[in-house]
Write a protein that binds this ligand. Sequence first.
Ligand SMILES: C[S@@+](CC[C@H](N)C(=O)[O-])C[C@H]1O[C@@H](n2cnc3c(N)ncnc32)[C@H](O)[C@@H]1O
Length: 280
Amino acid sequence: MAESKANTNASEILTTGQWIKQQDDLPRLDCELTLCYILGVNRASVLACPERPLSADQLIETNRWADSLRNDVPFAYLAGEQEFWGLKLAVSRNVLVPRPETELLVECALTLIKSGTNILDLGTGSGAIALAIASERPDIKVTGSDISIDALLVAKKNSMSLDIDVTLKQSSWFESLTGHWQIIVSNPPYIDPGDPHLKHLHAEPQQALIADEQGVADLRKIIAEAPNYLKNKGWLLLEHGFDQAQQVRLLLEQSGFQAVGSHRDLANIERVTLGQYIYE
Ligand SMILES: C[S@@+](CC[C@H](N)C(=O)[O-])C[C@H]1O[C@@H](n2cnc3c(N)ncnc32)[C@H](O)[C@@H]1O
């Protein structure tokens, strides 16, 4: 546990500006946003009024958030929400916090959609990818599946609060799914169990992060089984780790996919690899 820098003496009056200065080991933006949530004000107000006093209760709560941030709890879990593709998604510790780089997978899928296309999002978690696609294309049928019933409850909550229609199913990859899709997308777990970065990701569900075989076990399984669930000329699009593109391209080619290629994210990293399956 990271040692608290927070002043826990609730009887001392602190202003918001003084509180931010005390948290000099945390990103300033996280501190400002913490104050926004606890005080129920917007960021402009936090910036404009650094002399606003914190009540004893507010000080206890802001210090609790600061300590959680020091211990690698994502801000999104404290706030209970995360923006993805312009949608405000509810998140809990049962789902991975949707990452900005995953928007590339949404972008790539959207370019392949034609009218009448149906899409499957494997390992939907909070529903981020499925809901983003369905928000852009309300005319197509989007299904999201996950092994975790707790994650599916979060996805359902998001579908209802955003009033975006997606079908949700519990399944371990394709095991309990029937049907054929024009596009299958997935951001599966792809982190090597021995990756040292995992210690900073301890708050997120490990089932959403870690895969055997240096992180490629789930990618391999999805690639091997997807041809049985794709329509003729259907596409499989996969997010993967920064160093896995070449291996994923090879796995797709070995499974008979054509037009295999990778797309780079904003950090210029090959992040999404796709292929088309054409029946013989
Ligand atoms: C990296 S997270 C992606 C979550 C969400 N799609 C996103 O991009 O934010 C991987 C998801 O795959 C799910 N998952 C892990 N193993 C699975 C399996 N065997 N079958 C189906 N889903 C699985 C996890 O529960 C988790 O929600």
